[in-house]
Design a protein around this ligand. Structure first.
Ligand code: ATP
Ligand code: MG
Length: 390
């Protein structure tokens, strides 16, 4: 701010930092807004480490003490063409015009350490009344950029604010425009809703909005209310009534990360796996990568017969006693299997069969018995193959 002001430009802190500061929430990064043009900013910060990727939209990233601060030239956004991006941005020297292009009144205030808050659109009052309201006509603002629909409900879920009636009506009226928004953007907002303290209430109220891009979710399960705000768990709950064969396709369509997909799918699968005793628990540990505590929490939310504390103590006991429940716990390995004659994928498959037998208690985890069993397995598979090739 000092650099810009020394050169005669205006500069303010804007957006989330101002909002979060006024709410007493932690500030995670600072965005600045300035009257300096992109070229003028670049000139002023030539000696700093910068990121110029956003410069044509007026944003210069400046790295100060290892922290990136984004500085954006006062901007007016015009003629939106694709329901997401302004077709045309005009730089301006008016901070009020810059605030007018911002999405919600609570995000459209600026702050200067010497002069305090400037609030052109009633943001302070909305913050006090805990209200989310667009700057200007909500229908028009959502038509310009449909992502704002998701941002509105996401801010509501994070802050616990109510969406003002006209803004709320416009959300329902314009929700179909979310079809224009890239899956990555929708997914980012959705994850934030799933993590947010008021996420569940928002999901119940705004399900029709989410159904625009997740039509497979017919209703919200009550279990969502008791689950912790772990996005994979909440997502699994939302998809728990969808046919299991479609779940993976939905998650990849929404561009969730590989890890996110695995955990979510495993939680859904866990609903169909019994969990009553030590054997069940070991089968589950063998089959799933998701931390057991999460699977247990998830399953318990859907099935009140699960004895959570008993299962946790059995889990502890399995660890302490060193029970065998993973391939690497087996006293036989891939090399042994090759020596017996197994090849390629057959090795893993056979080891898995052996492990299931050990977990079932039908086979002791001890080298000679396992080797004998593996040899039998190989013989019978071999006979089968010979038979098949006739
Ligand atoms: P958070 O960082 O917690 O998500 P934020 O308000 O800082 O909240 P950003 O996405 O970082 O949100 O955007 C910074 C500011 O830019 C916002 O406060 C708002 O003023 C403006 N803004 C961001 N996205 C839009 C949008 N789609 N339409 C209009 N203004 C926007
Ligand atoms: Mg921000």
């Amino acid at each position: 701010m000092h650099v810009l002001e020394q050169a005669g430009y205006e500069v303010y802190i804007v957006g989330g930092a101002v909002r979060d500061f006024l709410c007493g929430r932690p500030i995670h990064d600072y965005d600045l807004t300035t009257s300096a043009s992109p070229a003028e900013m670049q000139e002023l910060f030539h000696a700093y480490q910068t990121n110029t990727q956003g410069l044509k939209h007026g944003t210069l990233g400046v790295i100060l003490q290892g922290r990136k601060t984004e500085i954006t030239t006062y901007r007016q956004d015009n003629s939106y063409t694709d329901h997401r991006h302004p077709g045309n941005v005009t730089f301006t020297r008016s901070v009020q015009e810059d605030c007018a292009r911002r999405d919600f009144t609570i995000n459209a205030m600026v702050y200067h350490p010497d002069t305090g808050i400037r609030d052109f659109f009633g943001g302070m009052q909305d913050l006090d009344s805990r209200i989310i309201r667009t700057v200007g006509d909500p229908v028009q603002r959502f038509e310009e950029d449909a992502l704002r629909i998701m941002r509105a409900i996401r801010f509501s879920s994070e802050l616990g604010f109510t969406i003002e009636p006209a803004t709320d009506a416009a959300i329902f009226r314009k929700k179909e425009d979310l079809r224009y928004i890239a899956a990555e953007r929708l997914q980012e907002e959705l994850i934030r809703i799933l993590k947010a303290p008021y996420g569940t209430e928002v999901i119940f109220r705004y399900l029709p909005v989410l159904q625009v891009f997740l039509p497979e979710i017919a209703s919200v399960p009550e279990a969502l209310r008791t689950l912790p705000a772990v996005p994979e768990m909440k997502m699994a709950a939302l998809l728990s009534a969808v046919p299991e064969s479609s779940v993976h396709g939905i998650l990849t369509r929404m561009k969730f990360s590989r890890e996110f997909c695995i955990h979510t799918e495993e939680m859904i699968q866990s609903l169909d796996i019994p969990l009553k005793n030590r054997k069940d628990l070991k089968h589950m540990l063998n089959r799933m990568r998701t931390p057991f505590g999460d699977l247990l929490t998830f399953k318990s939310a859907f099935d009140s017969s699960i004895q959570k504390s008993r299962m946790l103590s059995i889990y502890g006991d399995i660890q302490n006693m060193g029970d065998c429940y993973r391939l690497k716990d087996l006293k036989i390995n891939g090399e042994d299997m090759i020596r017996i004659g197994f090849r390629n994928q057959e090795i893993g498959k056979a080891l898995q069969t052996i492990l299931e037998q050990v977990i079932e208690g039908k086979l002791p985890n001890e080298k000679t018995s396992l080797t004998a069993y593996a040899e039998d397995l190989f013989q019978s598979a071999d006979t089968e193959n010979t038979y098949n090739s006739f």
